[in-house]
Design a protein around this ligand. Sequence first.
Ligand SMILES: Nc1ncnc2c1ncn2[C@@H]1O[C@H](COP(=O)(O)OP(=O)(O)O)[C@@H](O)[C@H]1O
Ligand SMILES: [Mg+2]
Length: 220
Amino acid sequence: MIRLDHVSKIYHMGEEKVMALDDVSLSIEDGEFVSIIGPSGSGKSTMMNIIGCLDTADEGSYILDDQPIETYSERQLARIRNRKIGFIFQNFNLLPRLTAEENVELPLIYQHVPAGERRERVEEALEQVGLSHRRKHHPSEMSGGQQQRVAIARALVTHPSLFLADEPSGNLDTATGDEIMELFHKLHSEGNTIVLITHNDKIAEEAQRKVRIQDGRLSV
Ligand SMILES: Nc1ncnc2c1ncn2[C@@H]1O[C@H](COP(=O)(O)OP(=O)(O)O)[C@@H](O)[C@H]1O
Ligand SMILES: [Mg+2]
């Protein structure tokens, strides 16, 4: 379902060129749980941005569910992101003025899902992450672990074909991070595809398959 074929990404900093991704090829099948591990600056976020259709490659091709991404307009990419990909970030990226349930509802509003169905799906998603009792709370009234669970509910409410997580437990203590990893294992056991980006070896080991990145290059 994910196929990166000789993908390179180059950033220009004045005279200097940074090869953030250097001839990266990788395939990930439906239902796989893959971790991408590498030190800071190795190209993990650049790779996440390409896999998540937030950015495009300078060289090579990216094929997601048989669709070559580089042929799409920005508008089509936005639609693919919204429909197919559930993003989970290190800093949760919740909207502070919205309650937990309003944050989770947002992607369904973008998809023009009718109000009644939205309510049902939001409730179901919050229940899946064990947060029904916090649905009226704002992010500032929740712990980091709870905020990340809201973010996971927001990702799963659209039934994405891919969960893409960039250091999801990076801002959490170990015990809370373990709880978040439990949720990813549950999502995986339910048939979901998960790509988890981390610099933490122990977390990377939890995936079915581990891919290493260093200086923009992959090694398995
Ligand atoms: N927008 C940018 N402009 C210039 N250089 C960038 C930009 N984003 C990332 N880089 C550089 O690309 C390399 C890979 O960065 P990144 O993908 O963020 O790594 P990681 O997520 O593994 O820390 C680094 O050398 C970084 O400094
Ligand atoms: Mg990063």
